[in-house]
Ligand binder design. Structure first.
Ligand SMILES: [Fe+2]
Length: 218
């Protein structure tokens, strides 16, 4: 894959967002209804929604990767049970669900959809806060913070895997760190968001990268 193609990754919001940055501000901090706590969608329902809303294959890969990272983190680092880890995974799978069809209403559409389905406010809020600079929503919970932390960094690691003949095989921390420093590589991946997100999550960037390398596949 050529550098130009990497930079054209549609899921990297920071580059394509200039045209509508102002409009993406959600203008509120609370989402969903407390009485819906614990309500999730089934895996089949999530898949059906993603099938309907996302036709871009690379975006589909991205949301699956972030979903898997969220699940793995919830299970391994937060010691959550399957049910709670599914909430984390759901947030990862759906965070960019509306990006393909409605880029100028990114986040707004999926939030409205989840609110209409009476989904747990924690999941909706995690999605709403995955880009504080754009949506104007501060990540508060650990779920919020980890989604923000994984989002762009997962994309950068994936971009790196696409330019390696071996893909993910034998990938090392220092290789990713080198690409992270190289501003021209996957230039639309916001280094500032990566730094800010890691700081808020209180997980060092190196540890996030190590986790991604260990859990992310093509
Ligand atoms: Fe994303």
């Amino acid at each position: 894959m050529q550098e130009g193609e990497l930079n054209a990754f549609p899921f990297v919001i920071s580059g394509a967002i200039n045209f509508c940055m102002e409009n993406l501000n959600l203008g509120r901090q609370e989402f969903g209804d407390e009485k819906n706590k614990g309500n999730t969608m089934t895996r089949l329902e999530v898949s059906a929604l993603l099938d309907e809303w996302i036709s871009n294959e690379r975006l589909r890969v991205h949301v699956n990767q972030v979903g898997k990272l969220m699940y793995s983190w919830a299970r391994e680092q937060e010691n959550l049970d399957e049910e709670n880890a599914w909430s984390w995974e759901m947030a990862g799978l759906l965070h960019d669900a509306d990006w393909d069809k409605w880029p100028d209403q990114h986040c707004r559409k999926i939030i409205e959809e989840l609110e209409s389905r009476n989904i747990d406010p924690e999941i909706i809020r995690a999605i709403a806060s995955h880009g504080p600079a754009y949506f104007g929503v501060e990540p508060r919970t650990k779920m919020d913070k980890m989604l923000y932390a994984f989002d762009e960094l997962s994309g950068l690691v994936h971009a790196y895997s696409l330019m390696r003949p071996e893909g993910y095989l034998g990938m090392e921390l220092k290789g990713v760190q080198k690409r992270l420093k190289e501003k021209s590589f996957a230039a639309n991946v916001s280094r500032e968001d990566i730094r800010d997100a890691a700081e808020r999550s209180a997980v060092p960037v190196e540890d996030l990268i190590r986790f991604i390398i260990a859990h992310q596949t093509a």
